[in-house]
Design a protein around this ligand. Structure first.
Ligand code: EPZ
Length: 417
């Protein structure tokens, strides 16, 4: 079941409910390690990256049990900060275990984390921030070792609002002695969700939702019942798929308040949008309009995780669009597959793609090589004439609970094979 077959050319119609957020649930699951009681994490998505995180937590001694509407994690038995599982190298978000385990056990031994092949993805900001809090690092036999005799609060300034580094500082600082002030923190809603979970557990954090967080270390942390917010990237994927197919849909539960830049782009593409307590209503134009420039940026800018799907839709836009990727260097890897489907794409330097919209894409066999690019190829298949086969779908299942079911609910002809 590693492929998806799509009979394209159907305008999406109907409604679909948006799953819980991958990038919020992963650091929250890691944060359960800081609590010596059980937490119930509601609306946790059933996706591969969550399963990998759960197997890492189990390997550390956590007891984890799925319920219909969420997952219980009891970390009372965790004693050692050593993780050796292969899952670490395959999942970048395992990096937030660094802060969580330092906070819990004072030491960590782990492989260097992996993730999607979307760029070099160094971890220098994580290491430098944690060093300022008293953590010492060394590398032994290719593994990262970290230890802290005593964690102390610090005044940290991030040179770039890294999502992962902000998460690691939060996870370490709640256990440090004294206050930590983090300037230049990432503003992504997933950071706010992590702060809210930690606050529910008893942590004292000020400035939530701003780029300056003050964390008062050392508060006792208790188990909490917490609901993961809906996934803004999944919602955005379906939104752009609707725009690309000329459809008319309701994205139930979509977190539209967190999607301002995305909604603006969808409107520029001719979409008529309406937000309500139910979610986000989308009515597409018959053909998407070209957009002069889509530029990815840290939140609240246009998210890099939706650049690929926007590129796929721009490929059938009425006119010329320009897409600039400023966060990750390898996020144009789907261009080659989109060209095979008939897209007219010209690279201008490493970070810019000029897109001359064609009237229609044609079905082809293409290969997912990473999560968001893979999902964008499914969208391209929905828009294309004829049949598209997307192989390598294991990457897509890392972040989408059931992309085939969701698109079928919207009337698309999609099967997994
Ligand atoms: C998070 O990755 C997300 N992953 C990514 O989602 C998302 O694309 C990214 O934030 C940006 O929004 C998770 O939440 C699990 P960063 P992260 O640290 O934390 C550079 C998806 O598809 N950098 O904000 O790794 C880095 O190379 C994914 O769901 C350093 O140079 O992102 C990149 O260019 C994939 N040194 C930029 O900063 C560092 O120490 C942003 O990275 C850290 C980062």
């Amino acid at each position: 079941m590693d492929s998806i077959l799509i009979q394209g050319g159907v305008a999406l119609q109907g409604k679909v409910r948006i799953q819980g957020s991958k990038n919020a649930s992963l650091p929250i699951l890691a944060a359960t390690l800081l609590v010596r009681e059980s937490s119930f994490i509601r609306n946790c998505p059933r996706i591969r990256d969550v399963y990998s995180m759960i197997s890492l937590l189990r390997s550390l001694g956590c007891s984890v049990n799925w319920q219909e509407n969420g997952v219980y994690v009891d970390s009372s038995a965790v004693t050692k900060g050593e993780i050796g599982s292969e899952a670490v190298t395959g999942m970048r978000s395992s990096l937030c275990l660094l802060g969580a385990l330092i906070g819990r056990c004072g030491q960590v031994v782990m492989e260097y984390p992996g993730g999607c092949v979307i760029g070099e993805r160094p971890i220098d900001m994580h290491l430098s921030a944690l060093r300022q809090m008293g953590v010492e690092f060394c590398e032994k036999e290719g593994r990262l070792q970290a230890a802290a005799k005593k964690l102390r609060g610090a005044h940290i300034v991030l040179p770039f609002p890294s999502v992962g580094a902000t998460e690691n500082v939060l996870l370490t600082a709640v256990k440090a002695e004294g206050d930590t002030v983090l300037e230049g923190a990432a503003l992504e809603p997933e950071i706010t969700a992590l702060c809210r979970y930690l606050q529910c557990c008893g942590a004292s954090i000020e400035g939530v939702g701003t780029d300056c967080l003050t964390i008062r270390g050392g508060s006792a942390l208790y188990g909490a019942d917490f609901e993961v917010p809906a996934d803004r990237i999944v919602a955005g994927t379906y939104l752009f798929s609707c725009i690309g197919t000329g459809g008319n849909i309701l994205l139930e539960n979509a977190p539209w308040e967190e999607m301002t830049a995305v909604l603006e782009t969808a409107e520029q593409m001719g979409g008529r949008l309406c937000t309500s307590r139910e979610g986000l209503y989308v009515q597409a134009a018959a053909r998407p309009l070209a957009v002069p420039c889509i530029r990815t940026q840290p939140y609240p800018g246009f998210p890099t995780d939706l650049q690929s799907v926007a590129l796929a839709v721009a490929a059938v836009g009425d006119g010329e669009s320009m897409i600039r990727e400023t966060i990750f260097e390898n996020r144009f890897r789907i261009a080659e597959d989109l060209r095979r489907m008939g897209a007219d794409l010209k690279e201008q330097g490493a970070d810019t793609m000029l897109v001359s919209g064609v009237e229609a894409l044609k079905g082809a066999e293409v290969e997912a090589r990473e999560l968001r690019g893979g999902a964008a190829l499914v969208t391209a298949g929905l828009m294309a004439r004829g049949e598209t086969k997307v192989t390598g779908c294991r990457y897509i299942f890392r972040g989408y609970e059931n992309i085939c079911r969701d698109f079928r609910e919207l009337g698309a002809r999609v099967t997994s094979a």
